[in-house]
Design a protein around this ligand. Structure first.
Ligand code: NAG
Ligand code: NAG
Ligand code: NAG
Length: 363
């Protein structure tokens, strides 16, 4: 049986009348906060930071922990995205300056839903080591990062359309340069407000002396090999709708015992079975469980019934045709974390509440 249908039939007594798998998949995706199944085209590498955070989240899941903070960054949040730079090197920007290069950096912030509260946006810049000759360790770079305020027309002075954010001297070394751009990223979320940034690099010779080294000296035949770089924006946000007070996880694996009484049953969902392996990076599947079984009269305490359910079983025992038994439904659920590619090929670590059934009850 197809897993979506299975989940919907079992998650409640309400019969899902639609036979359409697509509609059921859509329902399931929207409960994950996704409007459609992401179509990732390039499967870029998963940033090691995200892998480690995912593994930490997996470990912590067994113990009680606050699901709505990201301890690695010390902020509130249940979604961590690596938003990829969609900008490019600005052609002709180095005219008249052989030791300069300008990159346009653009991060599409519309991947965040409106309900999400931005907690942190951190720019990460890494130099591609293999693109830069190791022999040029004598070089150091002046890096200037500007916010672009409006689209500049040709011939217009840059000064009126840019505002300097960061000015720093950097060397091409392994490791990452990080800047906190939370306020700027928040402003980019407004429609038509995101013109991105410009990062200008200028090579100078690393020198103890204060004398100015001319461009000609550091360039080779009027040309300097400029380092290539990779920029990404780590965005931590909180979807308050998917974040409620934490419940402690208890039963993780459930014993398999045959019985007709309401209780959690083991169900492993393999994402391969639903064709989601192309966008979900991890986990490959998880123990979701489900509630199934009867809520017979008299309702015993172990069935965690409400007063209403107790009365309903009583009425049912007199009038089985007119009044149904209460439903066997999840009363305690616990979260999981998922790592996936979104539609823009960003890697996203997201925390989902209520993904695993721990306990059932008659309602
Ligand atoms: C940004 O992403 C949104 C949603 O994924 C997309 O509709 C839009 O075209 C993207 N904008 C740019 C400039 O790439
Ligand atoms: C980043 O900047 C924001 C806004 O300026 C500030 O509130 C926040 O504390 C900063 N976060 C870190 C980790 O520095
Ligand atoms: C009812 O709740 C208790 C603890 O609150 C739990 O041990 C038990 O498994 C629950 N019953 C069912 C049917 O899940």
């Amino acid at each position: 049986m197809d897993v979506f249908k299975f989940l919907f039939l079992l998650s409640s007594c309400i019969f899902v009348s639609t036979e359409n798998t697509h509609v059921q998949e859509q329902l399931f995706l929207s409960s994950l906060g996704l409007s459609s199944r992401p179509r990732a085209s390039i499967h870029g590498p998963v940033p090691s930071v995200l892998w480690n955070m995912y593994k930490q989240a997996e470990k912590k899941r067994v113990h009680a922990s606050d699901a709505c903070t990201v301890p690695e960054y010390g902020v509130r949040g249940n979604i961590v995205r690596y938003v990829m730079d969609q900008g490019r090197v600005i052609a002709g920007s180095s005219n008249g300056c052989p030791t300069c290069v300008e990159h346009h950096l653009y991060f599409n912030m519309s991947v965040l839903e409106d309900v999400e509260q931005l907690s942190l946006a951190q720019l990460e810049i890494k130099f591609k080591q293999d693109s830069f000759p190791a022999s040029r360790t004598d070089l150091t770079f002046n890096m200037h990062v500007y916010r672009v305020l409006r689209s500049a027309l040709k011939g217009m002075a840059h000064e009126s359309s840019r505002r300097l954010l960061i000015s720093q001297s950097v060397q091409v070394t392994p490791g990452t340069i990080r800047f906190n751009l939370t306020d700027l990223a928040e402003s980019w979320r407004r429609k038509g407000k995101n013109y991105g940034m410009v990062m200008a690099l200028q090579a100078t010779r690393f020198s103890n002396e204060l004398d100015q080294v001319s461009d000609v000296e550091i360039s080779y035949q009027g040309h300097v090999e400029m380092p290539q770089l990779m920029a990404s924006l780590v965005v931590v946000s909180l979807n308050p709708q998917q974040c409620r007070s934490r419940k402690k996880r208890s039963a993780y694996y459930l014993p398999v015992t045959p019985s007709n009484v309401c209780k959690p049953r083991r169900l492993y969902i393999d994402f391969k079975d639903v064709g989601w392996q192309d966008w979900i990076i991890a986990p490959q599947g998880y123990v979701a469980n489900y509630c199934h079984g009867e809520c017979p009269f008299p309702l015993s305490e172990s069935l965690n019934g409400t007063n209403h359910a107790i009365l309903q079983t009583l009425v049912h025992s007199f009038d089985p045709k007119g009044t149904p038994q209460p439903c066997c439904v999840p009363i305690k659920l616990s979260p999981i974390s998922m790592l996936y590619y979104d539609n823009n090929d960003n890697v996203v670590l997201r925390h989902y509440e209520d993904m695993v059934v721990d306990e059932c009850g008659c309602r």
